[in-house]
Design a protein around this ligand. Structure first.
Ligand SMILES: [Zn+2]
Ligand SMILES: [Zn+2]
Length: 334
């Protein structure tokens, strides 16, 4: 190539970038995008019957202890700091009993301190995306009075949230890939309706570089459930949960996805390793999977299990959560 041809070619490349300025900016932004784990608890366990038992009959899943933890995630777009969930209320204690089916392990830090440890000052947070209403995902929303809190209208109404900073999301931006309803939050950040675990449950997908980071809340409690195509026992709507798990699995098969879980160290390990999730070919859902525990519909004080989201109505919380077997101390008033 002579000098004149070189200049001509270089000019075309530059012009191409300028003509396509929008995608150039987006490409730069997506390379700046950084996701970090906000680590709250580690070294716990969950029983496989809890994480993978769904509506299956007793004995269908072999009893086995799987690793457990609790972490949420923070997205740094280069322009703003966006949280996905805000951990447990700082004051909640988790005693381990002989019947515990899930524990989070030892506390690393309260949410706000854990966020600082991840490198972010709480006052810099501009938005919070809430996957669902459970206390281990909404515990410290109160610590961010100046951030915009996005959550599905169903969850916001269910929690009775008020305040000018609460954005009730109706998912009006149409489909995202194979999910029918999403809301675009920022360039490359999508808040997606994915009901089942709770009726207004949502997930977050972050596009960065050539990868998709799926921050899914509690669609599965552990990655083993995703790999084996099994639901947990803790779903408000088992039919919707099955549909969501099917969609999550179909998405992962089609897109290079890093699967970021809340309740297993596999979540932050996958993030650290930038591990692309590869699913074995288990497409059949378990045949006997049905709604296992329809919850009582009576009026009175509602108590919510901080571990599995079980709701109990009465003057006092139950002595033991009928679903996850935690003691009454983990129940909070709704
Ligand atoms: Zn949950
Ligand atoms: Zn959870």
């Amino acid at each position: 190539m002579n000098r004149r041809d070189f200049i001509k070619t270089a000019g075309v490349v530059t012009l191409g970038l300028m003509l396509d300025g929008q995608s150039f900016v987006e490409a730069r932004r997506s390379l700046d995008m950084k996701i970090s784990a906000v680590k709250l608890f580690d070294g716990g366990f969950m029983m496989k019957t809890f994480a993978c038992g769904g509506g299956l009959p007793a004995g269908a899943i072999a009893e086995q202890k799987l690793r457990s933890s609790l972490q949420n995630y923070v997205i740094d777009t280069g322009d703003e700091i966006i949280l996905v969930d805000t951990g447990m209320p700082a004051e909640t204690e988790f005693p381990v009993t002989k019947d515990s089916v899930i524990t989070f392990g030892d506390k690393i830090a309260n949410y706000v301190d854990a966020l600082r440890a991840a490198g972010y000052a709480p006052e810099k947070v501009s938005k919070i995306l809430v996957t669902h209403k459970h206390p281990d995902h909404t515990g410290e929303l109160r610590a961010f009075p100046h951030a915009k809190i996005f959550l599905s209208r169903i969850e916001a109404d269910d929690m009775g949230l008020t305040g000018d900073n609460v954005v009730r999301v109706d998912f009006t931006d149409g489909a995202y890939k194979n999910f029918p309803a999403c809301q675009k939050i920022a360039d490359g950040i999508f808040y997606i309706f994915a009901p089942g675990h709770t009726k207004g449950n949502s997930i977050v997908v972050v596009e960065a570089g050539d990868k998709f980071y799926m921050i899914h809340g509690d669609v599965t409690y552990t990655d083993e459930a995703l790999l084996e195509n099994k639901l947990s026992v803790a779903n408000e709507d088992m039919t919707a949960a099955r549909d969501t798990l099917n969609k999550v699995r179909a998405f992962i098969k089609e897109n290079r996805t890093v699967y970021l879980s809340t309740h297993t160290p596999l979540g932050y390990e996958s993030l650290d390793a930038e591990k692309i999730m590869v699913l074995p070919d288990v497409d059949e859902a378990p045949a006997a999977e049905t709604q296992s525990d329809a919850q009582e519909q009576v009026s009175g004080t509602v108590w919510v299990c901080s571990v599995c989201g079980y709701e109990h109505v009465g003057d006092a919380p139950p002595e033991v959560c009928p679903r996850c077997k935690q003691p009454s101390t983990v129940f909070t008033r709704k």
